[in-house]
Design a protein around this ligand. Structure first.
Ligand code: F6R
Length: 261
């Protein structure tokens, strides 16, 4: 597990985008796992810039999003389909048939969830999964108590998540209560995990995820189990880390280390 701390959100976003771009440049048909929410906006903005100014090519890239609200059709302005289209897909040269986002309106969630898992496998698995973190420590919508072996399924959102996400809706009553989400087990199968966190309201969840026990009470703590996971944090999100000096020491020394993989 690697921890990278940046003074500013923009720096953090650019550094994370570079990791994603390097993967695409090395493997043009890379499979990306994508997250929504406020946190990855800077990363998507930077990928769009790289596409426009540095010819970063998405024409062979495949994507799988982590989650979608149950009940919201793709055209709903708060749906994750809409978010992805507005903030990334419409600005890059990705083929529409290579985009996968869980359906929030399927008539058969069980079958859809199974198909989503199979589709990830058919595409060769996810090369890099981008993640945000909830203030309750969730990754995707794997709320506290989610099985660490869970697969794509329906989850009931926690009250904390509903409160956090009310900012995107006109009122709390409009926030969907259920989401369709990749499971913790699904996320753990990605070859690389890249978790981004910004702001003081994420500081406790980040400290729990990095320095607490691996626990279903903070599903982000499973990054500790993954052989290639990195956390990109801004100054505020890193605010409650006890070993911050240590992570910063390693970050500073990393460019001089011999490559081992
Ligand atoms: C969204 C997702 C969620 C968010 C998390 C943080 O696809 O999977 O886990 O990453 O709720 O959201 P923001 O970035 O809005 O604070």
């Amino acid at each position: 597990m690697e921890v990278f701390i940046y003074q500013k959100y923009a720096e953090m976003s650019q550094a994370a985008a570079k990791v994603v771009a390097d993967i695409i440049n090395l493997k043009p048909d890379a499979v990306l796992g994508l997250a929504t929410g406020s946190t990855p906006l800077g990363l998507y903005k930077e990928l769009v810039r790289m596409h426009k100014e540095e010819t970063l090519d998405f024409s062979h890239v495949t994507t799988f999003n982590l989650d979608e609200y149950v009940g919201l059709p793709p055209g709903h302005t708060q749906s994750y389909h809409y978010f992805m289209h507005e903030n990334l897909f419409k600005h890059i040269n990705i083929e529409p048939q290579n985009i996968h986002i869980p359906s929030g309106t399927t008539s058969n969630y069980k079958a859809f969830c199974q198909w989503y898992e199979q589709r990830i496998e058919q595409c060769g698995g996810i090369d890099v999964q981008i993640l945000g973190i909830g203030s309750d420590g969730h990754i995707a919508f794997n709320e506290p108590g989610s099985s660490l072996g869970s697969r794509t399924r329906i989850k009931t959102l926690s009250k904390e998540t509903i409160d956090d996400n009310t900012r995107f809706f006109k009122k709390k009553e409009n926030v969907p209560i259920y989401a369709i989400t990749m499971g913790v087990g699904t996320v753990l199968e990605a070859r690389k995990l890249l978790l981004l966190a910004s702001g003081a309201n994420k500081a406790k969840a980040i400290a729990d995820a990095i320095e607490g026990p691996v626990s279903c009470m903070c599903t982000a703590s499973v990054l500790q189990l993954h052989p290639d996971s990195s956390l990109f944090l801004d100054n505020e999100a890193a605010g409650k880390l006890k070993m911050r000096d240590y992570y910063e020491w390693i970050q500073a020394k990393k460019p001089g280390a011999p490559a081992s993989s």
